[in-house]
Design a protein around this ligand. Structure first.
Ligand code: FAD
Ligand code: UDP
Length: 400
């Protein structure tokens, strides 16, 4: 944390003053309209402006850039993530190097504890978790593997999020760590969700208590919003906030569009609504320097309605006499945050995808536009790949 609060506000205000435009009376023409200023839209904008030299208008209906990765100072001056904790991790050197042009990094490895049996134990389940829960005295990887093997249940074909976990650790640990959390988070039983959901969380026989094991793990040194302000700083990029692209009317004309919002909304729910899961974030500033010993504590029990509590100062390294936390309450209604991975939804998405594939001048990029449970780095990778494809297509059109 090397930006003071006032520096940070100055940077964000400068971006607002320089970049954020209001509608003018006369029509403006752009090569590209980009809907959404999150990772997908901002990376596409940066590439189209800086690499292809095109004029780009980015619109977002929210009052800020950075999409769900938006961070800001709360009233007490503590940096928080408005849409829940965002921890950057990737194995891709290309993605890390690309983003490093817009930010410096603060090395950070995420750690999570689970509130289970009135104890706080490491998640993902590792040897320490087993020893602390069962007083098992497991001294080696082999012993931990044997302990788990004795509990794991044979699953003929691993299809669901329940299968993955009971096949690895058995029913008891599944119920302690996964069943309640998943039911709260998704409003569905793990047996109704694709295996890919709980497979995000591994089981370990060693004592590695990091949540992720990626090669690159770090937080943008001055926060995500400042990083986004640099992504969008190119003179060929104009940003309009508080603007739904449907309301632009004839004041803006453009040749092509990149759309990063929900795909079913783009097609006015022609085939019905794609299910998304939402969250209500309860942000709180606490009058103490530290609230909990690690950044995130998960609460898998169904006795509380929230899934986890995150304390941001662990992520940001900020020095402040107070600290701010967020509780996440999953809900069905509200902003769409998570596509829900299950076969019926994949089928419905395919029908929208067929419409999207047939579009000549619209490119769909991002977590909501491609209905994929993607992390930030995956969205950046998808945007860089989409840009390369678009560039080739545009070159072919110019040649023909
Ligand atoms: P978004 O960030 O959603 O951006 C889309 C933008 O489009 C939005 O700002 C929206 O306002 C705008 N928009 C939509 N429709 C319109 C319209 N009609 N007109 C104008 N604007 C429109 N990833 C990680 O790698 N690590 C994490 O720790 C992590 N934690 C997460 C925690 C939570 C609670 C959530 C919800 C997600 C988390 N993610 C994390 C995932 C990460 O948020 C996404 O991968 C990433 O932000 C997706 O970027 P995007 O550009 O596709 O979408
Ligand atoms: N999960 C769980 N218990 C935990 C952590 C995760 O059951 O303590 C399951 C749950 O279904 C969750 C999924 O694993 O939605 C993926 O977890 P992750 O932490 O990757 O979720 P995200 O950060 O994307 O919300």
């Amino acid at each position: 944390w090397d930006a003071t609060a006032s520096q940070m506000i100055a940077i964000i205000n400068r971006v607002r003053a320089d970049k954020v435009t209001t509608l003018r009376a006369e029509a403006e023409h752009y090569d590209f309209l980009i809907v959404g200023a999150g990772f997908a839209g901002s990376v596409m904008a940066e590439r189209l402006a800086a690499d292809a030299g095109l004029r780009v208008l980015v619109v977002d209906r929210r009052p800020h850039i950075a999409g769900n990765a938006y961070d800001c100072l709360d009233e007490a001056g503590v940096m928080i993530h408005q849409y829940g904790p965002h921890i950057f991790h990737t194995n891709s050197e290309e993605i890390f190097t690309y983003l490093s042009r817009f930010t410096e990094w603060r090395p950070y490895e995420h750690r999570v504890l689970g509130h289970v049996d009135d104890k706080l134990v490491p998640i993902p389940i590792n040897r320490t978790t087993l020893n602390e829960l069962y007083d098992a005295g497991l001294g080696s990887e082999e012993e931990a593997a044997a302990f788990l093997a004795a509990r794991a249940m044979p699953v003929a074909s691993v299809e669901t999020s329940e299968d993955v976990v009971i096949g690895a650790v058995g029913r008891e640990l599944y119920e302690k760590f996964f069943r309640g959390y998943t039911r709260k988070q998704w409003g569905l039983d793990p047996s109704e969700l694709d295996k890919s959901v709980t497979a995000r969380v591994p089981t370990r026989t060693n004592t590695d208590d990091r949540y992720f094991t990626d090669v690159f793990q770090a937080m943008p040194a001055e926060g995500y919003t400042v990083m986004f302000s640099r992504l969008l700083a190119h003179p060929n990029i104009t940003v309009m906030l508080d603007t739904d692209f449907r309301k632009l009317g004839s004041q803006v004309t453009y040749d092509r569009m990149v759309y990063t919002g929900p795909i079913d909304e783009f097609y006015e729910h022609r085939f019905g609504k794609l299910p998304y899961r939402s969250l209500r974030f309860e942000h709180e500033t606490v009058n103490t320097e530290r609230h909990q010993s690690v950044a995130t504590v998960n609460y898998p029990g169904e006795d509380v309605l929230f899934t986890r509590i995150t304390e941001y100062k662990h992520l940001t390294g900020q020095d402040h006499p107070k600290t701010s936390i967020t509780r996440e309450y999953p809900c069905a209604e509200g902003d769409p945050y998570y596509p829900i991975p299950r076969p019926a939804n994949a089928e419905l998405y395919k029908r929208y995808q067929a419409l999207a594939d047939a579009e000549q001048s619209v490119t769909f990029v991002g977590r909501l536009a491609t209905y994929r449970y993607y992390n930030m780095d995956q969205v950046v990778g998808q945007a860089l790949a989409s840009y390369r494809r678009l560039k080739r297509e545009m070159a072919e059109v110019t040649l023909s």
